[in-house]
Design a protein around this ligand. Structure first.
Ligand code: FES
Ligand SMILES: [Fe+2]
Length: 350
């Protein structure tokens, strides 16, 4: 009997936790939660903020006798300090234990911290190979003037890998096949500079916005990929004059699942280049937030189209490409820097 052909390998053959900065939560969500616990990069972490706004992200293990430090274990934040539920040790956002119910703590009583970077209220943590400190930083994003909306955030969890999801930034062929875009073109060769990769492309897309109304958008996009957890995409829509910014943030949960957060914001549309059905009558002030919500819903709808593929696909290390595929292998070479040495060797083999 003939055995069913097996794929060359599957998603699990990629190491589950590449090095880099990965999204944890928004500052707003941390403030609302008081004390937050997450499974992130295969570890339990806790996040809280003190009254001065200093955020702390730490492994959820008390250095005294190992209690969990999440709210479900009974930990709480009092006066900006994290209080362990087991023996009441108190930790400042620096990670240092500063008080116990029974006397001065040992200086060495410190939480195991995660290095943090914040961009526009989005909190990222560094995950280093072998626990090493950050080797590079996430770049600043363009300044947000007053006429940009607040952020819209949607998160979806599925079985996948951040390299596979990031690969879509250069896989322009899937844009027409999965998302129904047309006139898809590469506007420039993919460029790589250390941990940063830039991909420029254009496309048109037609969307239903009301029962019988359709909207065609002509879009140019610049995707700034910085590691495998962070993509910042600047969109310019030419026919109406929409400017949008989008973050695509993939964060491994436990080695199988990833959380993908789509964060969007758009510039207020003062004078649309052409009327937008259903929106023209709205005051300018509320037009942008409504369109931003529409874009966020649209994006998460498109991500769900990708998720069907991502959550079932296999990682093929030597793909049989065609000339319309875009610069997949350049992207794979770029990715090798985020894994341990064995991985780099494997990816450079012919
Ligand atoms: S285990 Fe946390 S105070 Fe003892
Ligand atoms: Fe996609």
């Amino acid at each position: 009997m003939n055995a069913r052909p097996q794929p060359e390998t599957n998603v699990s053959s990629l190491p589950p936790f590449p090095e880099g900065w990965f999204f944890i939560a928004t500052r707003d969500a941390v403030r609302k939660a008081g004390l937050m616990q997450r499974t992130w990069m295969g570890e339990e972490i806790v996040i809280w903020s003190d009254p001065a706004g200093q955020i702390c992200v730490a492994k959820s293990v008390c250095p005294h006798l190992g209690s969990e430090l999440g709210p479900e274990a009974g930990a709480r934040v009092v006066g900006g300090r994290l209080v362990c539920p087991f023996h009441g040790f108190e930790f400042e956002t620096s990670g240092q234990c500063v008080a116990t119910p029974s006397g001065a703590p040992a200086r060495s009583a410190k939480l195991d911290l995660v290095e943090v970077r914040e961009i526009e209220g989005l909190i990222f943590g560094w995950w280093g190979l072998g626990g090493r400190p950050s080797q590079w930083h996430l770049p600043d994003v363009p300044q947000t003037e007053d006429d940009w909306t607040d952020l819209q955030i949607r998160t979806i969890r599925f079985a996948g890998h951040p390299q596979e999801t990031s690969e879509n930034s250069v896989d322009i062929a899937h844009l027409s096949c999965i998302h129904g875009y047309h006139n898809v073109t590469n506007d420039a060769p993919v460029s790589v500079d250390g941990p940063q990769l830039e991909s420029r492309f254009s496309f048109s897309t037609t969307r239903k916005i009301a029962k019988f109304a359709k909207l065609t958008l002509d879009v140019s996009a610049i995707a700034h990929v910085v590691g495998l957890g962070y993509s910042f995409v600047e969109f310019q829509e030419h026919s109406i004059g929409l400017d949008a910014r989008l973050w695509v943030l993939a964060a491994p949960v436990d080695g199988t699942l990833i959380d993908m957060s789509i964060v969007s914001r758009m510039r207020t549309l003062h004078e649309p280049k052409r009327p937008i059905i259903g929106l023209s009558f709205l005051p300018t002030r509320i037009r942008a937030p409504i369109v931003n919500k529409f874009i966020a819903d649209l994006q998460i709808g498109e991500v769900k189209q990708d998720v069907v593929i991502w959550s079932h696909k296999h990682y093929v290390p030597r793909p049989r490409l065609v000339h319309t595929d875009g610069e997949i292998m350049k992207f794979r070479e770029y990715c090798a820097q985020f894994y341990a040495d064995e991985r780099r060797c494997e990816s450079s083999r012919p």
